[in-house]
Design a protein. Structure first.
Length: 253
């Protein structure tokens, strides 16, 4: 299920097919059973209106959830860049040899983080292994320098490096924070029942009208899935801040 939700195009296709099928199933039921009587139409229209309103509300609520998570991923990208830039500047507090080593490691590290975003959060196993090794090297370099000559200034360098790793952990958590599967299932079920009721209602515009709601709702589903998914889609987080930090670090001597 998660693999389908990660792909907005799959979400769109499934939403269109299921809603279109429900609309035509409702139309077939009306034709094969019996049409609505005149005194039943008002009650039926009330139920249909309430169902469509509920569908609109849950689509709006899900859209709000997706935008919130997208903004969170963007904010953490900025926080990562800020933490790396701060750690790079605090390297001046370390002894000369350790400072040069930490700066060089941080230049490689920020490029790794840029590659993480450019790979849509799905780096290769080799890239993950290299990232873990680099973090170990960064931490060991700072801790060794602070342990050899402990003082409050070196503690700032250690704290800055800790903030770098915490920012990465926050980013990972934000990328895993998605709209719950239950919300997707509920939204799709309400959409199916809405189209089923719409198909059962008599109309003078023909069957072409049954395609309108499935297409519109499916476009909304696609947009929600696209914003919510950090992996596949048109809308993604571009690491502008990390790229700017990398360029600033390389121009600094």
């Amino acid at each position: 299920m998660s693999a389908l939700i990660d792909n907005p195009f799959a979400v769109f296709a499934i939403a269109v097919i299921t809603q279109w099928g429900a609309a035509f199933a409702g139309d077939l039921l009306r034709r094969s059973l019996r049409p609505l009587k005149k005194d039943e139409r008002d009650d039926f229209d009330t139920v249909l209106t309430a169902t469509l309103t509920l569908l609109a509300l849950i689509i709006g609520f899900s859209f709000s959830m997706a935008v919130t998570r997208y903004d969170q991923r963007k904010n953490y990208e900025g926080a990562e860049a800020n933490a790396i830039g701060t750690a790079y500047l605090r390297a001046d507090l370390l002894p000369a040899e350790a400072a040069a080593s930490v700066r060089q490691f941080l230049k490689v590290y920020v490029d790794q983080r840029v590659n993480f975003y450019n790979s849509n959060g799905r780096p290769s196993p080799e890239a993950v292994s290299d990232s873990v090794k680099l973090q170990d090297e960064l931490w060991s370099s700072v801790v060794r320098a602070a342990g050899a000559q402990p003082n409050p200034l070196l503690a700032l360098a250690v704290s800055g490096m800790n903030d770098v790793f915490n920012a990465q952990a926050d980013t990972t958590a934000a990328w895993l924070n998605r709209i719950p599967t239950g919300a997707w299932v509920l939204m799709l079920l309400i959409a199916i029942f809405s189209n089923l009721l719409l198909g059962y209602r008599e109309r003078s515009s023909g069957r072409l009208a049954l395609l309108v709601l499935p297409v519109i709702a499916s476009i909304a589903f696609y947009l929600i899935a696209d914003i919510d998914s950090p992996y596949v889609g048109v809308i993604s987080v571009v690491p502008h801040n990390l790229i700017a930090t990398s360029e600033a670090m390389r121009s600094h001597h």
